[in-house]
Design a protein around this ligand. Sequence first.
Ligand code: A3P
Length: 274
Amino acid sequence: KATVEGTLRYVVHLNGTSQYLPHTIIIGVRKGGTRALLEMLSLHSDIAAAENEIHFFDWEKQYQHGVKWYLGQMPFSYPHQLTVEKTPAYFTSLEVPKRIHRMNSTIKLLLILRDPIERVLSDYTQVFYNHKQKNKSYPPAEELLLKNNELNTDYKAINRSLYEHYMEHWLKYFPLENIHIVDGDLLIRDPFPEMQKVERFLNLSPQINASNFYFNKTKGFYCLRDGGRDRCLHESKGRAHPQISTFLLGKLRDYFYKPNKKFFELVGRTFDWL
Ligand code: A3P
């Protein structure tokens, strides 16, 4: 029988596992490589990951269920393990930092970012396929991203790539040392070093190693090798993006130039973004 202790931990008197509030949360960014990060982190035996995106802090209805409900969504784990959940929408939801801070002001956060332009195109591609699945059409990228020969900054996917805007808000609640930024472009090209940094940030023993990753030519991405078991991410991860004109690319570059620079200043680090 499960009981709730004062520390908000469900105790299960079966095999010594319990549910714990997350020790770390992957807060985003949408299409940054959040699933890859969670899967790769789960290679570590001291990690217990929630399978689904919980949307506790960003969906009002879920948040109203309260923290005990949130706890109930967590995986069963052993006391030495770290619980992690990922909900990519947290990063761009302005209510979220305050709420997470209220739950645990010293929590370690993981944020995976990717070239903002790549992220826009990945976001577009995701919505395109969501429509396709429902047999609905979705306009070509150029049509949505341009309006009267100018960048259509009302398009939501563009806004979500303004990392500086959102980061500034998170930093009102959490110190930079508690937010580890994973370089999503590097995670694609060479996952192992990025994962070593994550292990260090979370004070995990160095357990993930280079042989956990192999490049799958057909998929065009790294896949995971775990105790002799090979697996790639779902086919919805690593999709081809639309070709865009040099005109649109130029507009996107101009638009993100300043926010990117501001972001680098904010986090004291640069990224290889166009
Ligand atoms: P694309 O499908 O646009 O290429 P998220 O999980 O946050 O939705 O991010 C999806 C993105 O993860 C994919 O976007 C892909 O580029 C990236 N990714 C990173 N590592 C990957 C891997 N090993 N396999 C597949 N996709 C990976």
